[in-house]
Ligand binder design. Structure first.
Ligand code: ZN
Ligand code: ZN
Length: 381
């Protein structure tokens, strides 16, 4: 028993090192897919890949219920120490490692006669459309329960703390285009300066009021105008907005207000301002039965002292599209405390790797409990 544990720990350390050193951005996770497939090929699992679409689904066991755990597999593209590159600053390398640890543990310890375990290695979480794409390929078909997980920043959970649900907010990424006409630098009265319009847009965003009891924010996160000729007043610009709200209804309201700003500035300056939604992530829908099972799994493995009730975060996750598309799914996400600093998506994000092993144990316990409960309730369909 002790040596198996030590072997698994060493194997997971190797897997994490490889994944961390080989990050791939959304929709380009081909090496990652191949690597995971390679680890599992001789293990007697059923493996499904999707041709040009990266990611894979691995299944063991048979019959009902069908219980899945999802790991996101993509990295971010960002500047790290002066160089732009793919970087696992959202901890998806750890998520893959933990979920592989769960799979190896179940293969080693054995699984119940009745019950199917499905492991979803999902691409493009950061783009917000990975989950929807895989749902379209049938990975959520016949699923009864779905678990996910995410490392949490130190402000939300400390190392050693776990929470059975993450109340994610909605997040939208919106692209804006200002279309006007350039003018000579000597004749500023002949056009509207797109940089000025952009700065007015920025100011008005700070004048939006929504219900203060519902966390929300909207920020301009990119703005591009002008070129090499600095004697031209630019008429055109592009920009992006990052929008967050804790509920899906508040997001609709926020978008309505942003659209009104665009219309007002467009009327006043006589330019076109077009807004389009580049990506959108829905707010969490948490199932009480699934989160209760996860809570019991935390208590049984690491003890009640390490349990923190459901956490609320302004971050988003495309995990919640599974339940939007399959409303009968019983789903929750495990929140993993690991003293993660300075923050998710920070180029130099660091976390305590000792959180990997207890996370594996908690999820194994949750999966086994789910099957047990399902059969003890005599559920069948
Ligand atoms: Zn992320
Ligand atoms: Zn993430």
């Amino acid at each position: 028993m002790g040596t198996t544990q030590t072997k698994l720990r060493a194997l997971l350390a190797d897997i994490f090192s490889y994944l961390h050193a080989n990050p791939e951005v959304s929709w380009k996770e081909y090496k990652t897919t191949k690597y995971i497939k390679g680890l599992l090929e001789d293990k007697g699992c059923r493996i499904q890949t999707f041709g040009k679409t990266p990611g894979l689904v691995v299944e063991i066991g048979s019959g009902e219920p069908v219980v899945a755990i999802r790991a996101d597999i993509d990295a971010l593209w960002q500047e790290v120490d002066g160089e732009f590159k793919a970087n696992h600053s959202c901890g998806h390398d750890a998520h893959m490692t933990i979920v592989l640890g769960v799979l190896f543990t179940l293969l080693e310890d054995g699984i119940p006669d009745h019950g199917t375990f499905r492991f979803i290695f999902q691409p493009a979480e950061e783009k917000g459309d990975g989950a929807l794409t895989l749902v379209g390929k049938g990975v959520a078909d016949e699923l009864d329960y779905l678990y996910g997980l995410h490392l949490r920043p130190i402000q939300e959970l400390r190392h050693g703390q776990f929470s059975p649900a993450i109340r994610h907010g909605a997040s939208w990424s919106v692209d804006g285009v200002i279309t006007g006409e350039d003018a000579h630098g000597a004749r500023p009265h002949l056009n509207a300066n797109a940089i000025q319009i952009g700065s007015e847009f920025f100011q008005h965003l700070n004048n939006i009021y929504l219900d203060p009891m519902i966390p929300h924010s909207v920020k301009m996160t990119s703005f591009h105008a002008g070129g090499d000729s600095t004697n031209i007043i630019p008429g055109n610009a592009t920009f992006s907005l990052d929008m967050r709200t804790q509920t899906n209804e508040a997001m609709e309201e926020l978008m309505g207000k942003v659209e009104r700003i665009a219309k007002m500035l467009s009327d006043y300056h006589e330019v076109e301002i077009d807004l389009s939604i580049r990506s959108s992530v829905a707010a969490a829908v948490i199932n009480m039965e699934a989160s209760k099972i996860m809570e019991e799994a935390i208590i049984d493995t690491v003890g009640i002292k390490h349990l923190v009730p459901m956490i609320t975060t302004t971050g988003g996750d495309d995990f919640h599209f599974y339940t939007i598309k399959k409303p009968h799914l019983k789903a929750t996400m495990l929140a993993v405390g690991c003293d993660l600093e300075p923050g998710l998506h920070h180029p130099n994000m660091m976390f305590n790797h000792d959180a990997i092993e207890p996370s594996v144990k908690i999820i194994v316990k949750a999966l086994m409990k789910t099957v047990e409960k399902h059969h003890s309730q005599g559920v069948s369909n």
